[in-house]
Design a binder for this molecule. Sequence first.
Ligand code: FA5
Length: 334
Amino acid sequence: MDILQAFSDYLDAAKTAIASASTLEEIEQVRIEYLGQKKGKARELQSLIGKASKEEKPVVGKRFNEVRTEVTALLETRRDALGSGATEVESDFDPTLPGIAPRLGNAHPITKTITHFRELMGRFGFQVVEGPEIEDERHNFDALNIPEDHPARDPLDNFYIATAQKTAGGPILLRSQTSTVQIRTMEQVKPPVRIVSLGRVYRPDTFDATHSCMFHQMEGLMVDKHVTMAQLKTLLSLFARSFLGPDVEIRFRPSFFPFTEPSVEVDMKWGGTWLEIGGAGMVDPNVFRAVGYDPEEVSGFAFGLGIERFCMKHFEVDDIRRFYENDVRFLQQF
Ligand code: FA5
C-alpha cells in the first residue's frame, strides 16, 4: 500500500533529521518541517488518508497516528538532551560548592535599646503609649507649665512648622520632648496612671559627640495617691542597673523643670566623667490642674531619659553621630 510506504518514508526521514539536529534551533526547525500545523510533512500525509479506500481507512488512520506519535516523542527526547547538554556546556554551576549565605539585616542599636526599655518598664508595671511627633504648643509647653516667655519656647530652639492653619492648641512644631505624652495621657484617662512613651524628639541643637538634632527619649509618668520622690529614685536606679549593669554609678542633682517640683537631673558615670542621661521630678500641681486632675487628691512623678545616651554606654559607642551615619560596617556590629 503506497500510503503506508509514504508513512514509513516520512518516519525514516524524520529520524535522520532529528538525529542530525545538534542545536535547539535546529531541532525546532525539524519540528516545524515534520509536525508543523500549517505546512508540515505530517499535514501532507494526513491528506492521504482521505484517498484510502473504505476498508483501508482504519488501518491507514491508525498507522498515521502511530507514526506521528513516534516522531513527536523522538523530537522531545532529542530536545531534552540538547537542552540539558547546552546547560552543561554553557554553565560552570557546581552544585557541590557551598551556597552564598544571604546577608541578613539586623535591628538598629537604637531600636534594640527601645525594645529592651519597653520590656524592662513592662516588668515594672508600666504600660507603653504613643504620642504624635508633630505637636501643638498646648501639649509641648502650655499644659506643661512652661510660661510664655520661657527660653525653651524660643523659635531658634525649636522646629516650628510654618503654616497658615491655626490649631486649637496653638502653633505647631516638632515636639522637643516626650513630656507631651504625659499631657495627652492624662487628658484621656483618670488616675491611677503608670505609662512610658518612647519616641523621637527634635531640637536644633548643634551636633557633637553627645547631641543630635533628632534623638529619642523615654518619658515615664506615674500618678496615684501617695506617690513619692523615693519611689522615683528607686525606680530610676533599678532601671539603670538593669540596663547598664549592676556596677553603673548614678547620681541625682537638684535641678529645675517648669513641669516638676522638686526636679532632678540624672547623671551616669562613664569613663571617669558624669554624663547627663535624663531629667525627672514630682509632677507640678499646675500640670495636674491643666489636665483636670486634683493635686490635693493625687501625686505623681515623671521622668524623661535620653535613649541615645543609654545606648552609647550599653554598646560602648563614644559618639552619637555614629548611630545616624548609616555606615553598614558600624551597624552590622550590633
Ligand atoms: C527634658 O527633655 C525633660 N522633658 C525631661 C523631664 C521629663 C524632666 C519629665 C522632668 C520630668 P532635657 O532637655 O534635659 O529634659 O532632656 C532629657 C535628656 O535627653 C537629657 O538628659 C539627655 O540625655 C537627652 N538629650 C537632650 N538633648 C539631647 C540631644 N540634643 N541629643 C541627644 N540627647 C539629648
